[in-house]
Design a protein around this ligand. Sequence first.
Ligand code: UT7
Length: 307
Amino acid sequence: MYVPEKVVTNDDLAQLVDTNDEWIQKRVGIKERRIAVTETTADMGYEAAKAALDNAGISPDELDLILGATVSGDDISPSLACMVQNKLGATCLAYDVNAACSAFLFLLETAAGYFARGAKNVLVVGAERMSRIVDWSDRGTCVIFGDGAGACVLSAGDNYHDSIFTVRGGDDVIKIPAAPGKSPFWQGETPEPFVRMNGQETFKYAVTAIANDVNALLERNNLTLDDIRWIVPHQANYRIIESASKRGGIPMEKFYLNIDRFGNTSSASVPIALDELNRAGKLDRGDKIILTAFGGGLANAACLLTW
Ligand code: UT7
């Protein structure tokens, strides 16, 4: 993982919009988040990618593929993956997959296809500078996001057991409009290029997604929660996890949560959480874990794997 050094507290945000530390902690579970001051999205993705390669003991020329995910990339083109490839000095295929906050899980699924065709090593990277695309005058969104990146090196094996993907396409709940452009011919709307979200609709969607996906994975793999060391969810709101825990009958202790320190880093949130778990010695080889995510699209995903 890589996160910017700059810590922005809830009190800092209260200087910008009509909010307060108590509301944010109680309603979302965030105490602070990291915000980029000089790092680009590609810089953060590269730092996480480099750390993942070092940790795995794999050099860039051993990679068959780099997959990237971001909703807050520096450029539409080149993709995040292409920029990470360039910065690493790698020569392999590289491209992005756009699935907003669920994207890291979509990358794992895409990688599985390449492994089925004989790939040996795939680097997956989620990197976000959400601070660039939030409306800093909208207290309903600017308090929940943070910046950062997470990456994993995947190698061929049989540790990726099962996955579930759901898409309910539409822009009515979450939308991040692209740059408006300057066409002298365009007569349609030109929305501002910032995150727009119906928080409560997203909340409800997320709770159902997590509870259903986790239980479906357990059931169809003949597993119980006792077989699972951790459930690593997309970190969007502490109360979403609490509600999913109640709805799905999943004890809170099964979920790994770090939203209090990083906020919602979109596609980076699951790999950041994985890296923290790993480096803290809370994951052992052979542990079964479930990853679960939801977000713009709308899309949600979950997968079962052995660490
Ligand atoms: O990763 C992408 C997916 N995104 C998510 O998962 C986000 C899911 N949604 C949420 O996490 C929550 O819906 C939010 C955190 C976005 C909002 O929390 P909420 O409990 O759903 O609040 P609300 O929108 O129902 O608003 C409740 C009240 C309102 O005031 P009134 O109308 O009751 O007087 C809001 O204006 O809280 C007010 N409010 C705030 N107050 C202080 C909204 N944002 C803030 C704020 N500080 N930052």
